[in-house]
Design a protein around this ligand. Structure first.
Ligand code: CTP
Length: 222
């Protein structure tokens, strides 16, 4: 950000969600929250007013960033919906669980009561990004996607169908990329048709590229 531009109000989501099965078990995913924390840190460094809404992670929030901790997708939806009206941009890096147990048990499920095979009914979680992108007005909404195949075609479809301004599409590799400290390979796309290939970039570098693009889209919006 240079001196003549006003700071943006940026909401970043990060980490996994935990969807309870019973009081001692949950459904989660391997997200560590690193990319979202890196973006929040870089946004703060650039002088933007930054809110980080994160699922469970061991990471320490960057100093000067407002941090809201949640566990489930529905809690994240509530907090993002609350912060969204006062924001200029939403960056959804969180690995939101697509499903949750339909009826979490109040008491621990006892192993000795279970048969060898057990089915757990799941219901679909709300699509936070899809819900908020539809009422975004001038706000810039950025999505993330993790794909194992057809990375670019799927990214272009999601950018269009979810009415996003930008999308980072990660390729999931057998080496465990892009989880944890591993680099990111994929694409950075925007609604103006720009497509940048990302080849093994660090999450700190991705944070810079993403915020450069957010600032550029904001400054050149008509
Ligand atoms: N996301 C969300 N709410 C959900 C699930 C995902 O807001 N319930 C957001 C993530 O934070 C991320 C993007 O949506 O920014 C990821 O979407 P993705 O799971 O790739 O999209 P889907 O439409 O679920 O695509 P797919 O059919 O590939 O699962």
């Amino acid at each position: 950000m240079n001196g003549s531009q006003r700071p943006l109000r940026i909401v970043v989501t990060a980490g996994p969600t935990w969807e309870p099965i019973d009081p001692v078990r949950f459904i989660a995913n391997p997200s560590t929250g690193r990319v979202g924390f890196a973006i929040a840190e870089e946004a703060k460094r650039r002088g933007h007013r930054t809110t980080l809404i994160t699922g469970p992670t061991h990471l320490t929030p960057p100093a000067g960033v407002r941090c809201v901790r949640i566990q489930t997708a529905r809690q994240m939806l509530r907090q993002v919906s609350r912060a969204f009206p006062q924001s200029d941009s939403l960056v959804m890096t969180a690995a939101v669980g697509d499903f949750r147990p339909a009826q979490p048990r109040r008491q621990k499920v006892k192993r000795r009561r279970l048969a060898a095979r057990w089915s757990l009914p799941l219901v679909k979680n709300p699509d936070i990004l899809g819900t908020l992108a539809r009422r975004k007005g001038r706000r810039l909404v950025v999505g993330f996607a993790l794909e194992t195949h057809d990375v670019l075609a799927e990214a272009m479809r999601k950018l269009r169908e979810k009415e996003l301004d930008m999308l980072v599409a990660n390729r999931a590799k057998p080496s465990g990329e892009p989880f944890g400290d591993r680099p990111v390979t994929g694409y950075l796309l925007d609604r103006r048709g720009n497509i940048d290939a990302l080849r093994g970039v660090t999450k700190q570098r991705l944070a810079k590229l993403l915020l450069d693009r957010v600032e550029y889209l904001w400054q050149t919006a008509t």
